[in-house]
Design a protein around this ligand. Sequence first.
Ligand code: B12
Length: 212
Amino acid sequence: MSSQEAIEQLKNAVINYELDSVKELAQNMLEKGVDPLDAIENGLGEGIKIVGERFGAGEIFLPELIMGAETMKAAMSVLEPALPAGGAGRTSKGKILIGTVLDDIHEIGKNLVATLLSSNGYDVVDLGVNVPKDEFHKKASEVKPNVIALSALMTTTMPHMEEVVKDLGGSGVKTMIGGAPVTDEFAKKIGADGYSEDASGAVNLALKLLQK
Ligand code: B12
C-alpha cells in the first residue's frame, strides 16, 4: 500500500467513525514509515473537515460529530507521540502561552499547534480550552511568554480573541491566532501580530514574530 492510500484509509476511518480499529490502522501506518504529520493533516484533518461539513449541512447530528472527533483523537494519541521530539537539554527558542478562547471547547487543532511548537523547540504553556481573557492575562504576567497563541473554532467565539489581544496593549507580548473560521484579515482587524492557517505555519510564524 502506498503512503497516499494509507492516508486515504485514515481519512475514511474518521468519516466512517471507525473508533475501534483506527488506533491499529495508525500504528500500522507508522510501522510502514508514513510521515505522522502528513497522516494527521492530510488523513485525519481532511476526514474531520468532511464530518464538519456534513454536520453543518444537517446531514449528520451531534452524536456523529462526537464520534468523528473521538476517532480523530484516538488516532492522534498514536500519531502525535511519533512527531519529532524537542529533545532534552535543548535551548528554548522562546515561550508560548496557548489556549482556546472562552466558550469554545474545540481542542484538537490547538493541541496539534502546541505539540508542533514544542517539538520545534519552544516552551509551551497550554491553558486548555474555554479560557477567559483574565486567565490569559494572569498567566502571561506569571510566565512571561514571548507569544500568546489563541485558537477559536466558532464564529461566535472569535470576538473573545479580540478581548485578549486588545487588553495586552503595550506589554510587548506578541499574539498569533488561528482556527478554521479565522482569517488573516480578521487578525489584522483585531490587532493580532500574526495568523496561520495550520500547525506547520504556526511554527514558522512563531519564529518570524520572535525575530521582529
Ligand atoms: C471536532 C469538532 C467538534 C468536537 C470537538 C472535540 C474536541 N475535543 O476538540 C465536538 C464534537 C466536541 C464539537 C462540539 C461543538 N461543535 Co464542533 N466541530 C468540530 C469540527 C468537525 C472539526 C474541528 C477540528 O478538530 N478540526 C481538526 C483540527 C486539526 O483542525 P482545526 O481545529 O481547524 O486546527 C487547525 C487550524 O485551524 C490551525 N489552528 C487551530 N488553532 C490554532 C491556533 C493558532 C494560534 C494557529 C496559528 C493556528 C491554529 O492549526 C490546526 C492544525 O492544522 C468542526 C468543523 C471544522 N471544519 O472546523 C466543527 C465546528 C467548529 N463545530 C461547530 C459547532 C456548532 C459545535 C457545537 C456548538 C455543536 C453543538 N450543537 O453542541 C459544539 C460547540 C461546543 C463549544 N462550546 O465549543 C461548528 C461551528 C459553527 C460556527 N458557529 O462557527 C463547526 C464549524 C461545524 C459546522 N460546520 O457547523 N465540535
